[in-house]
Design a protein around this ligand. Structure first.
Ligand code: SF4
Ligand code: ZN
Ligand code: ZN
Length: 399
């Protein structure tokens, strides 16, 4: 039988006529880190695959391996299950899994008072499973959710991501705002990684945060929603905890309220794992970009994810206990530690809030472009700034 493996894409022939778990064991693949797909349906590890069948093994997370007693019946309705969730010691059929997913999102929105039906939500869309699953869920729950795609200029990966985001929007007749880093800001992520002092992923993350906030302000959105999932948040928390970066821990919350110049930010998928968002996207027929960003090797978060996956393999649920336990029992202790909370001023170049004269985005951009940063004192800069959001008093003081 034919097996298609992803990331990187390759095909191989293995013996059929046996259970999924045996094929995965032969390939040394942890069943909890992949979706196994045949003819657009998910297979559990107990299902048999024929000699003439063709399956796709789609990775959803990295790391960990250990076998356990398989669950084959849906916890809610006792029908055959399509997915096992070890951390809940449960399995679900398709309708019950989709209901579980919706309940988790609804619970997050309500518990953190993220937004209401009247609010205009800007979903940060990358073309990957998380952001498209989030957008799909919010639309199906009746929220006013528009998407924003930021072109990062990462070759074929960005081209494909942009196409996927646009197709998703067209199919649902949803609004999508497209911003291109190179066209609109003069640089792209790969180039930025080779110049300046920040790593590629650091410039990328900074640019996303900055531009999503700015676009949301310019277009009058009430809130920016991102597809960060439980695995992302647990990995970030682990990284911050290992170094006791309490000012970052203080900001690591599923809902950050709006402040002058900063739009409210929320993470409605924070209760759901990466594998769950991948399963949701697949079961809803969402075409998402399975390939990882080719620059991901430089992403330090992966090491923390890998470590947590190893822990999770031995103690299912430990990842959720770590992160959700932090939110319940520890996060409040750090709330007053956000660096410079009280002293935000407008960046002298772009007007976005910052603690120094120029915001981190303007400083980084200037470094990448080989620009000198100076207050808006000459005509050229004033022209350049004319269509930017600058509080009048700051612009006036320097111009
Ligand atoms: S892996 Fe790094 S460069 Fe690629 S999209 Fe993520 S943050 Fe950006
Ligand atoms: Zn069911
Ligand atoms: Zn700035």
């Amino acid at each position: 039988m034919n097996v298609r493996l992803r990331n990187p894409d390759r095909e191989l022939q293995v013996a059929g006529g046996r259970k999924v778990k045996d094929i995965l064991a032969e390939l040394a693949i942890d069943p909890d880190t992949v979706l196994v797909i045949k003819d657009r349906t998910l297979l559990t590890r107990e299902e048999r695959v024929g000699e003439d069948d063709s399956i796709e093994i789609r990775p959803v997370i990295s790391g960990g391996a250990k076998s356990h007693r398989p669950l084959t019946k849906c916890r809610r309705c006792r029908q055959p299950a399509v997915i096992e969730l070890r951390r809940h010691n449960a399995a679900f059929c398709q309708p019950c899994f989709l209901k579980y997913f919706e309940d988790q999102v609804a619970r997050a929105i309500k518990h953190f008072d993220m937004f209401g039906l009247e609010d205009r939500i800007l979903v940060a869309v990358s073309g990957g499973k998380d952001s498209l699953a989030l957008w799909d869920m919010l639309l199906s729950l009746g929220y006013r959710a528009s998407g924003m795609y930021l072109g990062l200029g990462i070759g074929d990966y960005s081209d494909r991501s942009g196409r996927v985001a646009h197709r998703f929007a067209e199919e649902r007749v949803a609004d999508l705002i497209h911003v291109d880093l190179r066209e609109d800001y003069g640089f792209d992520v790969p180039a930025a990684g080779t110049k300046g002092s920040r790593s590629t992923c650091s410039v990328c993350g900074l640019s996303k945060r900055y531009i999503f906030n700015r676009v949301a302000l310019d277009h009058g959105f009430d809130v920016v929603a991102t597809g960060h999932n439980l695995d992302d948040e647990a990995a970030t928390l682990l990284g911050n905890t290992l170094r006791w970066q309490t000012e970052y821990m203080a900001r690591q919350f599923p809902a950050l309220t709006a402040r002058e110049g900063l739009v409210k930010k929320v993470k409605p998928l924070h209760r759901l794992s990466e594998r769950e968002t991948a399963a949701y996207a697949f079961l809803k027929g969402i075409d998402y970009v399975v390939e990882e960003c080719p620059l991901v090797a430089g992403n330090t978060q992966l090491r923390y994810k890998d470590t947590l996956n190893h822990l999770e393999a031995g103690s299912p649920g430990v990842k959720a206990a770590f992160y959700l336990g932090y939110l319940d029992r520890a996060a409040d202790r750090f709330r007053d530690q956000v660096a410079g909370e009280g002293d935000l001023v407008a960046c002298e170049r772009c007007g976005q809030p910052t603690t120094g004269r120029f915001c981190a985005f303007c400083r980084t951009r200037a470094q990448v472009l080989g620009d000198r940063l100076s207050p808006p004192a000459d005509d050229q800069l004033a022209r350049e700034l004319s269509d930017e959001v600058l509080p009048a008093e700051v612009y006036g003081r320097n111009g």
